[in-house]
Design a protein around this ligand. Structure first.
Ligand SMILES: *Cc1c(COP(=O)(O)O)cnc(C)c1O
Length: 369
């Protein structure tokens, strides 16, 4: 096995800073046996809503459920359609499919984000929602989507990769009608297991999500609809409360690391480095470059102990799970071109200048530069 020299992600720097606080918090939950919907859940929901700048945040079991619940709140279901970008993590499409709506794809722009004009073109009388996925750490142009689609179509944010990102000074989560996030451990704000949340400016959406996550009821044994079991664990809320206090600091470290890569790699002509779109505060969940002959480059970096990754090797329409949509190669040319060339370089809070220099040196060697 190759020795890892620089991993793609290393969470240990974050864990060290909060270890004691989390142990104390876990001990309290265990002492009180408040594993389900303990007080730490509400505490986190309040702090997270305040952080995002929305009146309502509801903790749920994971990010995929969060997207599904946001869509259901927006009225998506059998006989309806939801528009989303062709280049995203598959969970965005999975959530649409699971609520019974039809997956309708739109191509991406140069920033790997949904093309607003194309998204608007795909809207029909059946469309209930358009999802802007804030991929890699910067927000989709939600205000463009808002003005391009009819007012009764909800604009939904999938901000699983963009906690703390801003667009025109507004935080992700507060840009659309309703937003969903994941706290999967590797996200910018990550739990110690699965977790997620739905954020909204609309009270009726918030009430619907609170029912959906808890067997369709608000009060015990009073079930208004068929719901799910998808609550945020109290133990995960302890982790999220501790980490939220450090999110801005960690995001700044990500931005600093991105600036350092820019300085180290700027002269490599064959490689395209990521840029923030105008108005965006990028939080670099992933540092995604474009490079020709990508598969070879990733293979050789990995062989040299550098953790390069691909997010994602196939756009949604070319995945076997979505063959039923009836698309073929060429239908979303920008997403296809991007998926053939994208490569994620190691980036995480605590990555050192030395590690980044090792990544850059190895890249130069592999690219023959
Ligand atoms: C991680 C992620 C999800 C899914 O979140 P889970 O918590 O793993 O269900 C959805 N969308 C995007 C863009 C993601 O990165």
């Amino acid at each position: 096995m190759t020795k890892t020299i620089v991993p793609l992600v290393d969470l240990s720097h974050q864990q060290i800073q909060i270890n004691d606080l989390i142990r104390e918090g876990f001990n309290r939950v265990i002492a009180e046996s408040s594993f389900i919907m303990g007080p730490q859940v509400g505490e986190f929901e309040e702090a997270w809503a305040r952080y995002c700048g929305v009146p309502f945040a509801m903790g749920v079991g994971n990010g995929t459920d969060a997207i599904e619940f946001a869509l259901r709140a927006a009225g998506a279901g059998p006989g309806t359609e939801v528009v989303l970008p062709a280049n995203t993590f598959v969970a965005t499409a999975g959530a649409v499919q699971r609520c019974g709506a039809r997956v309708v794809l739109a191509d991406c722009n140069d920033h790997f984000l949904i093309d607003s004009a194309q998204a608007a073109d795909r809207v029909t009388a059946k469309t209930k929602a358009v999802i802007g996925v804030h991929l890699y750490g910067q927000p989709a142009a939600v205000e463009e989507l808002r003005s391009a689609v009819p007012p009764d179509v909800a604009v939904v944010e999938d901000m699983a990769q963009a906690q703390g990102a801003t667009r025109n000074g507004v935080r992700a989560g507060a840009l659309g009608d309703v937003a969903a996030t994941s706290f999967y451990p590797g996200k910018n704000l990550g739990a110690y297991g699965d977790a997620g949340a739905v954020m909204s400016i609309r009270q009726e959406f918030a009430e619907r999500v609170r029912r959906l996550r808890n067997h369709g009821g608000i009060n015990r044994y009073e079930h208004l609809e068929v719901g799910f079991n998808s609550r945020l664990d109290t133990l995960q809320a302890v982790v999220l409360n501790a980490k939220l206090a450090l999110l801005d600091q960690w995001n700044s470290q990500r931005v600093e690391a991105a600036i350092r890569y820019q300085q180290l790699l700027d002269d490599l002509e064959m490689m395209t480095l990521p840029k923030a779109a105008i108005g965006n505060g990028h939080v670099f969940h992933l540092y995604v470059v474009r490079v020709p002959d990508r598969d070879r480059v990733v293979r050789e970096l990995n062989a040299a102990g550098i953790g390069a990754g691909i997010h994602y090797p196939s756009p949604v329409h070319l995945l076997p799970a979505y063959a039923h949509l009836g698309h073929q190669k060429g239908d979303f040319p920008t997403a296809e071109e991007q998926s053939a060339e994208i490569m994620s370089l190691p980036l995480f809070p605590g990555i050192t200048a030395g590690q980044q220099e090792q990544v850059a040196d190895c890249l130069r060697r592999v690219l023959g530069a």
